[in-house]
Design a protein around this ligand. Structure first.
Ligand SMILES: [Cu+2]
Length: 281
């Protein structure tokens, strides 16, 4: 009892030395692996390997151009060279050995975006599909980097709780409810049949989706009528596939746009009408 006597004296003197030990708290539930990726002009700083499981990608854009990070899973023994060959062809369609489980979508310099989804073990490539103003794809300037997803190191983490669900389909998005100003956790599903993304643009004051389309089809001259504020790339249009992203949105007018090339004509889905005006109030 000597220790307790000492502790009791310590309590009297105001220093709490635990004599009445409480039972150890239950172990904290597993949390998503957080992977920090920095995009600059024109490379990614990222780990070479990450464990499988629920993964939150945090993308920071430290460059002077907009950037995104897309995880492409490559199967059938394909390599970076095969990806480079696909990227060389402006009319390329998505080959069956590529899949798109997740990606933190494009943000402007100084901004950051995020994405959360489950990754399975395998070979992946990080890529940025954004092009410079002269049309050169960032991927061909160095924004392509292999990453290996290794076996999981523990049980799957609990998923985030979303307050808005976005369901992608050919060629629009269903949104589960009105989006209010503030922070949201979006769940993204893909009803397919094609691969899609949601790229959110914040429209400049008084600008509309028509202004954006006129700017885009007119050779992107002058300041863009909207800025990129993140979103999610993927998931694959298979049952149960889903992902999450969080974003704080101010009240105003936004566009959802999908630039994924179509399986039939390789034109970006926006050319098939996959552009939607969304008001945040
Ligand atoms: Cu699409």
């Amino acid at each position: 009892m000597k220790a307790c006597t000492t502790a009791a004296l310590a309590v009297v003197s105001g220093a709490m030395l635990g004599c009445n030990r409480k039972p150890a708290p239950p172990p904290a539930p597993p949390v998503a692996n957080v992977v920090t990726i920095t995009a600059s002009d024109f490379s990614f700083a990222a780990p070479d390997s990450i464990p499988a499981g629920l993964t939150t990608v945090k993308l920071s854009n430290t460059g002077k151009e907009p950037h995104q990070v897309v995880f492409i899973r490559i199967d059938s023994g394909k390599t970076m060279t095969d990806i480079a060959n696909v990227m060389k062809d402006p009319n390329a369609k998505i080959p069956a050995w590529m899949s798109f489980p997740m990606g933190a979508n494009t943000v402007e310099p100084g901004d950051s975006s995020n994405a959360t989804a489950a990754l399975t073990a395998g070979n992946y490539v990080l890529i940025c599909f954004v092009s410079s103003p002269n049309g050169t794809p960032h991927a061909s300037k160095g924004m392509v980097r292999p990453v290996v997803v290794t076996a999981a190191t523990g049980p799957m983490a609990a998923e985030p709780t979303a307050d808005i669900t976005i369901t992608e389909k050919d060629y629009t998005w269903d949104i589960s409810g009105p989006i209010t100003a503030g922070m949201h956790t979006f769940r993204v599903e893909n009803a397919g049949p094609q691969v899609h993304e949601v790229q959110i643009f914040q429209l400049a004051p008084k600008k509309t989706g028509k202004d954006f389309q006129a700017w885009m089809t007119g050779g992107m001259k002058g300041p863009p009528p909207a800025t990129e504020v993140g979103g999610f790339v993927g998931p694959m249009p298979v049952a149960g596939a889903h992902g999450y992203f969080t974003r704080t949105l101010a009240a105003g007018n936004y566009l959802f746009i999908c630039f994924v090339p179509d399986v039939k004509d390789a034109k970006p889905h926006v050319m098939h009408g996959m552009i939607k005006e969304v008001t945040v109030s």
